[in-house]
Design a protein around this ligand. Structure first.
Ligand SMILES: C[S@@+](CC[C@H](N)C(=O)[O-])C[C@H]1O[C@@H](n2cnc3c(N)ncnc32)[C@H](O)[C@@H]1O
Length: 233
């Protein structure tokens, strides 16, 4: 797999040098194959640490609902590594679904379900009624607060008692100095969109409590990110 990752990055570099190309060619180990799945160097770095955080905290069986799955790289990586789970990737952006579908077809995993449109901010329209875990990676700071509010409401509705909502990304914590890189990132988010910003963990805990979700764990990750786990009480 390491060879494949290097190939992904080489291909990504080539794509950046040739921005007119819309798709990223992925080369398989024994059966060369191209597809339109998007790849990013940050996902190549964070997917294994996130996987290790999830591995011991997800249930052994059941359905993982990924909200804001983006390109689908995490989905295909996690579904391959956790074959006893069913994995449902979703995103609000139809363009993202195309990339997820391309990864899914390329991987041919029986437990990776067809991607679905899901707008976190509209929990009453979620296409999934029940999930044993809900995951959102790098979403809540790059979407309006309404998306976070909807994510909490929707997760609380679909999860069973004890089920986890797993958030990955940067957070601001009242009792911990914010890393300079995260302060700069926060400023850049606000410049891009007035409704985007790194969220305060205290605000998330308060919001979660209104939906019957309690903060269960806070894990330190690479590059000043956290995995934060809320569980349905
Ligand atoms: C920075 S990308 C992260 C994608 C992926 N999770 C990752 O870490 O590579 C943010 C994603 O959030 C999605 N998104 C934004 N608002 C959303 C919403 N209201 N509901 C669901 N997804 C949303 C975007 O379409 C985009 O795919």
């Amino acid at each position: 797999m390491a060879w494949l990752n290097v190939k992904h990055l080489e291909m990504l570099q080539r794509q950046l040098l040739a921005p007119s190309r819309q798709s990223l060619q992925i080369v398989g180990m024994s059966d060369p194959l191209s597809h339109a799945g998007r790849a990013s160097p940050s996902t190549a770095r964070n997917r294994d640490p996130i996987l290790e955080a999830l591995r011991t905290r997800l249930p052994a069986n059941g359905l993982v609902l990924e909200v804001a799955a983006g390109a689908g790289e995490h989905a295909v990586h996690f579904a391959a590594a956790l074959p006893t789970l069913q994995y449902q990737p979703t995103d609000a952006d139809p363009g993202a679904l195309d990339s997820i579908a391309a990864w899914r077809e390329h991987a041919g995993l029986g437990n990776l379900l067809c991607p679905l449109v899901l707008d976190a901010s509209q929990p009453d329209t979620w296409p999934v009624e029940r999930a044993d875990a809900v995951l959102a990676i790098n979403m809540i700071h790059i979407s309006p607060w309404a998306a976070t509010a909807g994510l909490m409401a929707g997760a609380a509705r679909v999860l069973p008692a004890g089920g986890g909502l797993f958030l990955y990304g940067p957070f601001i914590e009242g009792d911990t100095p914010t890393a300079p890189s995260n302060l700069e990132f926060d400023q850049s988010l606000r410049r891009r969109n007035l409704e985007w910003e790194i969220r305060h963990l205290d605000h998330l805990v308060a919001l979660a409590a209104t939906h019957g979700l309690g903060l269960s764990e806070r894990l330190t990750m690479l590059a000043n990110n956290l995995v934060v786990v809320f569980r349905k009480t």
